[in-house]
Design a protein. Structure first.
Length: 417
């Protein structure tokens, strides 16, 4: 019955959506009067697979493309205008960026008597990136990220930028899911002239982010990928949109703030190419108590009082121990402890939580390394500091109550003054 219906449908095909395979396939299916299940049976592909393709959640595999092409009626209707290929990669490798040298730095640091592993070392190699993706794809992590008030922020962005074209700069994008969601919300808010720039230090993560963004956005937004260090942002500004008719918005969401050694210096010096009216969107973890009350901080902060969900802690520790075990020599055990630190958080009232590893070796020796940190900010003090640095506070939206833990966060938007 389905095949007969497909053969007998009359009428001209609908206009196609350029560059969006899933949307085009859905238009053609609906033009034939077929349900998704009916087309899945005809093509001998799973209905879940077909739904994911149509909704832009996944690329069609070569095998799925071949099955769709084997339907003569669909192939004839598609003609040359429907692109049966995955989105193309647009990636820029900036001069002076040396990931091999960075991996050598990992080995040198781990071979020393102890010290600090630069935070980006946790993402660099393939295994670390894979373990990080396992963490971010966990149910607990996904549930926490769903709370990000992206829709409210998108409304505010559209109100500020009006009809101007918008370049979205995703700094330290990781898997790119939160940044892509922000772009989707901007599209839903009728911001049409968009470009997305993904910037990350990790080539494996940048590849994952590109794949996710190009699939989810379905060709509606150009995606440019830059493998680089966002601490060197001024070196890349000529690649990140340079038109006075457009606005830029830099996104630092999903824990990226923890990579900053000095927030004031970074926000003063790294955005020298931004014009008046450009935007900055920060995802911030809030303090549990002022930094000058350390006993109260240690009592209330779940990273310090041991009340973080055990599954979260174990996932973090598995991920962060990876480089130590792979490049640190004859490692026996890695044990973790967490310390309050005020030296790496330059916003008054704010503090960081250091992840510190005590590494025991088979020869009986021990070393200690600082491997990671999360930052807790006094939001009022941060807004005041940002104003002094030339960033006008626009609005902020509190969130962060995933099941089982209190993690107060705020998504805060600033405008270049």
């Amino acid at each position: 019955m389905d095949q007969q219906h497909l053969d007998s449908t009359a009428g001209a095909p609908p206009p196609l959506v350029n560059g969006n395979f899933g949307a085009q396939l859905k238009l053609l299916r609906e033009h034939q009067g077929l349900s998704r299940g009916a087309l899945a049976r005809l093509a001998k592909v799973g209905p879940t697979t077909l739904r994911g393709i149509e909704q832009g959640l996944r690329d069609p595999s070569p095998a799925t493309l071949a099955k769709l092409r084997r339907l003569p009626e669909l192939a004839a209707l598609v003609g040359p205008s429907l692109s049966l290929s995955v989105p193309s990669l647009n990636c820029w490798l900036p001069p002076g960026f040396q990931p091999v040298h960075m991996m050598q730095e990992v080995e040198l640091t781990l071979g020393a008597a102890g010290g600090r592993l630069e935070q980006s070392f946790a993402y660099l190699d393939l295994k670390s990136a894979a373990t990080y993706l396992k963490l971010t794809n966990s149910k607990e992590y996904e549930k926490a990220r769903r709370g990000l008030p992206a829709e409210r922020a998108a409304i505010a962005i559209r109100h500020v930028t009006g009809t101007a074209g918008l370049d979205v700069l995703a700094l330290g994008c990781g898997d790119g899911k939160l940044e892509t969601r922000m772009v989707q919300e901007l599209l839903a808010g009728e911001v049409q002239d968009l470009r997305l720039f993904l910037l990350d230090i990790s080539q494996p993560l940048l590849t994952e982010a590109n794949q996710y963004a190009t699939t989810a956005l379905g060709g509606r937004v150009p995606v440019v990928n830059i493998q680089g260090n966002f601490h060197h942002l001024p070196r890349y500004m000529h690649q990140l949109g340079d038109s006075p008719e457009r606005r830029r918005i830099a996104l630092m969401i999903g824990g990226t703030m923890g990579n900053l050694d000095n927030e004031q210096q970074f926000f003063r010096d790294s955005f020298v190419g931004f014009r008046t009216g450009d935007l900055l969107l920060l995802d911030l973890s809030q303090i549990y108590a002022p930094a000058d009350h350390p006993d109260e901080v240690k009592l209330r902060d779940p990273r310090l009082n041991g009340k973080m969900p055990r599954s979260w802690v174990e996932a973090d520790e598995e991920w962060l121990a990876g480089p130590i075990r792979r490049y640190g020599g004859a490692v026996g055990s890695v044990k973790w402890h967490y310390e309050m630190d005020r030296t790496t958080c330059t916003i008054p009232g704010s503090y960081a939580v250091e992840f510190r590893a005590t590494v025991s070796y088979h020869d009986g020796s021990q070393k200690e390394f600082a491997t990671f940190r999360v930052k807790r900010h006094d939001i009022g003090q941060l807004a005041q500091t940002m104003r002094q640095l030339g960033w006008k506070p626009i609005d902020g939206w509190s969130y962060g109550e995933p099941e089982g833990v209190h993690l107060p966060r705020v998504l805060y938007m600033f405008q270049r003054a």
